[in-house]
Design a protein around this ligand. Structure first.
Ligand code: SAH
Length: 340
């Protein structure tokens, strides 16, 4: 068991189980996440017998930074895990803080036609500690504090639900990295039963839905998952989420040339979201050499934006990060695996 995969509650229960006081969990969290030690021996306010027990029961093994690519306001990391699997994380400097895009799986099975991550099928889920260590490594390397976390790296967070919720609990704890729930965003391609499960948890975490199309006809062509959970079911689940949580939902919409960027699409999207507490984030497509989709021209993106605005939809265009560092979701890993 890796210690970075323990929630504060898990650690408290562990200490109670071994006949120790539960406040030791807070002390350990302090060493791990505030003081950032790299060995149990450095935890100097914990007695030797407990340190020995911790060493026996837990590992503190780190993940390895294999490669870093630095661009303007963007830093892209390729990590190697203990089984030699590779995943990526991308740090973006925004004016409001530093945001890290974290991977949740090795590969992805959702098979979205435009996405590089899914070209290499899912190998396995990431454990919570492997997500936590992405954050710690980037903070250490850049000597910064990360203020925002988005689960938009390789993988589908809701296809690794339990580990992802554990990860959120760990990084959200005030005694740990203390990233506020409202600064954490989970993004899903639309796994309806998990959206419903997430709704019941009433977390303050932000929910983003990768919509990418205003109707089933287009969505079926670019997102395989739509054949399992069609648009209507996704929208019903989101409506129920909004009723229960009173939080806004972001809909991500990649602009793909001649696929989903027409005026009719904009109008249909506006109609679909009418009256909802929704934000639309228009994403300029990050082209990759393996996939034939092209990005919509800037003018056309702005025209699409205007149509949504006119129809009273809250909309933003995502700032483009990282095209110079192969930051299209999953690109660094797939280039590496293919020896480029
Ligand atoms: N599986 C989750 C999270 C990972 S993908 C999801 O689907 O939401 C994070 C976001 O990046 C998704 O909206 C995804 O559709 C988008 N994306 C994937 N490839 C992209 C590319 N080449 N350019 C721009 N956005 C991309």
């Amino acid at each position: 068991m890796n210690i970075y995969g323990m929630t504060l509650k898990d650690l408290e229960n562990y200490f109670l189980d071994i006949g120790e006081k539960k406040f030791k969990a807070i002390q350990v969290y302090d060493w791990l996440y505030k003081k950032r030690v790299s060995s149990f021996d450095e935890m100097s306010n914990i007695k030797k017998s407990v340190i020995d027990r911790l060493k026996k029961d837990f590992s503190m093994e780190d993940i390895k930074v294999l490669k870093v690519q630095n661009g303007k306001d963007v830093h892209k990391y390729l990590f190697e895990l203990s089984d030699l699997s590779k995943v990526e994380a991308v740090l973006m400097n925004h004016d409001y803080g530093n945001s890290l895009c974290v991977s949740t799986q090795v590969g992805c099975n959702m098979g979205c036609a435009f996405c590089e991550s899914g070209r290499l099928k899912k190998v396995r889920n990431l454990e919570a500690y492997e997500m936590v260590l992405q954050i710690l490594n980037v903070e250490e390397d850049l000597k910064i504090r990360i203020s925002h976390v988005v689960l938009m790296g390789i993988g589908e967070p809701f296809d690794n639900y339990d580990n992802v919720m554990k990860f959120i609990d760990i990084i959200n704890s005030d005694f740990g990295i203390a990233i506020g729930a409202r600064h954490i965003t989970v993004s899903t391609c639309g796994i309806v039963p998990k959206i419903r499960e997430f709704t019941k948890e009433k977390r303050q975490v932000n929910l983003a839905i990768s919509l990418h199309a205003p109707n089933d006809e287009i969505r079926n062509k670019i997102m395989k998952i739509n054949k399992v959970y069609p648009l209507k079911e996704v929208m019903n689940a989101v409506r129920d989420y909004l009723k229960v949580n009173n939080r806004k939902v972001t809909f991500e919409y990649i602009m793909l040339k001649d696929i989903n960027d027409s005026d009719e699409c904009a109008l249909e999207l506006a109609f679909l979201l009418k009256g909802m507490m929704a934000y639309v984030n228009l994403i300029p497509y990050n082209e990759t050499s393996h996939i034939e989709f092209k990005k919509t021209d800037r003018d056309k993106i702005m025209h699409f934006y205007d149509i949504l605005k006119k129809n009273k939809i809250n909309v933003t265009v995502r700032r483009e990060f990282g095209s110079e560092v192969s930051a299209a979701c999953g690109q660094l890993r797939s280039n590496f695996e293919e020896g480029k």
